[in-house]
Design a protein around this ligand. Structure first.
Ligand SMILES: Cc1cc2nc3c(=O)[nH]c(=O)nc-3n(C[C@H](O)[C@H](O)[C@H](O)COP(=O)(O)OP(=O)(O)OC[C@H]3O[C@@H](n4cnc5c(N)ncnc54)[C@H](O)[C@@H]3O)c2cc1C
Length: 404
């Protein structure tokens, strides 16, 4: 039997949530471990998404008053600093939301006026810090075609959000983890958590591979497995449904013809799917999202999902022969809350009766909100009595490899 390893904070999950929190905690003089079942970080939902960093325009469509909206908006000014410190590409491509008729225009007019207010009024529920947001603008058909020459010719114009960014989320997760490691965080990879026991305010975490990790605080950042892990200590005070998304990538021949994230509002008959095409930072194009409610184990790429993604790409860019340039299609899962009401929120919460335990549920737009997530978790840890003394010698740029 191995000797237990002792930590002040154990983070279960090395996705964007876990590594963002780890990096934030690495500024303080405490012992922190990140546990993940894979041999590297960022290999689940963090690696299978749209690669967008919401930078204001799109986040303004999130439900007011939710943590989903708050953490996204507050993360906006944090991204450029993070990209500079950790040296990863953050490319401002901008978004074009196509207007086909009056109904589209009316929807976007509401978003436009919300964006306008949010960048002016410090007391607005959605205040976007000055200097971190360029105003949204309506563009007419000619301006639209100048910006995206191959876009659907029957679009009347578009709402242009110049702020929207793309990243490589795996690269970002790795950079955060490597910086956390260089600042003293331990990474216990290839360790699958199978059992957790609570003795008062101390937790013993057992892995399939035989490790025992003792910790005073536990952060459950296990992505789509968050409910199963919470159940191990009766700490599940939320419900999620697994929302599966299928995305399709096209090669550079096609990628070089698309410069913005371009999307149209789905009509009734298109729901619940998303209709968007965007470039990625390596020059590919990505289309989707075909959405399904299904079992977590159902990772299959279905033909109808790929066909949907090609159809969407061709609807938005009719002249581009996407079907001849497919590189791959893949699926990813989002943990969706409030499926009954139809709007989503994050969970960043200490359940009643389970002290020193924090559940994290991100779901849609979780990567975009991750810089502020770390700061929110620090607040909760301090409220729970963890003493955090700044660490002498913390280096926001240092790197040390984590994969095993
Ligand atoms: C199709 C799609 C498109 C999306 N597009 C965007 C987008 O454009 N922008 C955006 O901001 N967000 C987007 N999202 C959402 C975003 O991907 C998620 O919010 C985010 O990746 C969630 O991160 P996470 O760290 O919570 O989960 P994950 O990345 O899934 O990480 C959880 C980690 O926990 C580990 N784990 C689980 N169980 C255990 C266990 N028992 N023991 C040890 N380790 C365990 C896993 O190995 C994994 O590494 C999209 C999601 C999907 C599916």
């Amino acid at each position: 039997m191995l000797e237990p390893l002792n930590f002040d904070v154990a983070i279960i999950g090395g996705g964007i949530a876990g590594v963002s929190i780890a990096r934030e905690l690495s500024q303080y003089s405490i012992n922190v471990a990140v546990i993940d079942m894979h041999d590297d970080v960022g290999l689940e939902s963090t690696s299978t998404n749209h690669n967008l960093v919401c930078q204001g325009g799109d986040s303004l469509s999130f439900r007011p008053g939710t943590l989903h909206a708050e953490l996204n908006i507050k993360s906006i000014p944090l991204w450029p600093k993070l990209a500079d410190e950790l040296n990863f590409p953050l490319k401002r491509v901008g978004g074009l939301w196509l207007i086909r008729d009056k109904a589209d225009f009316k929807r976007y007019l509401r978003l436009y006026s919300r964006a306008f207010k949010s960048s002016l009024e410090p007391n607005a529920p959605y205040y976007i810090p000055e200097g971190s947001f360029q105003p949204l603008e309506f563009v007419n058909r000619k301006q639209l075609l100048d910006m995206e020459p191959y876009v659907m010719p029957n679009a009347l114009g578009a709402l242009h959000d110049p702020n929207l960014c793309i990243i490589d989320p795996i690269k970002v997760a790795k950079a955060l983890a490597e910086n956390a490691k260089a600042n003293g965080v331990e990474f216990l990879l290839k360790q699958e958590v199978t059992k957790i026991e609570r003795q008062g305010i101390t937790y013993s975490i057992y892995t399939r591979q035989g490790l025992i990790i003792k910790s005073t605080f536990v952060i459950n950042a296990s992505g789509i497995e968050v409910d199963r892990v919470a159940e191990m200590v009766s700490a599940r005070n939320f419900s999620i449904v697994p929302l599966k998304g299928t995305l399709t990538d096209f090669d550079e021949e096609v990628g070089k013809l698309i410069s913005h994230e371009v999307h149209v509002l789905p009509r009734m008959e298109d729901l619940p799917h998303v209709k968007a095409v965007l470039p990625n930072i390596y020059g590919f194009a990505r289309s989707g999202i075909y959405l399904e409610l299904t079992y977590k184990s159902d990772k299959a790429v279905r033909e109808e999902a790929v066909n949907h993604n090609i159809k969407v790409a061709k609807e938005l860019f009719p002249e581009i022969p996407f079907e001849r340039h497919i590189v791959k299609s893949f699926t990813g899962f989002m943990a969706y809350t409030n499926a009954d009401t139809g709007w989503h929120d994050f969970v960043v919460d200490i359940p009643d009766y389970v002290p020193n335990w924090i559940n994290i549920v991100l779901g849609p737009a979780g990567v975009s909100a991750s810089p502020m997530l770390g700061k929110k978790v620090i607040e909760l840890l301090i409220q729970s009595g963890l003493r955090l003394e700044p660490k002498k010698g913390f280096d926001p740029r240092a790197r040390r490899g984590v994969s095993s």
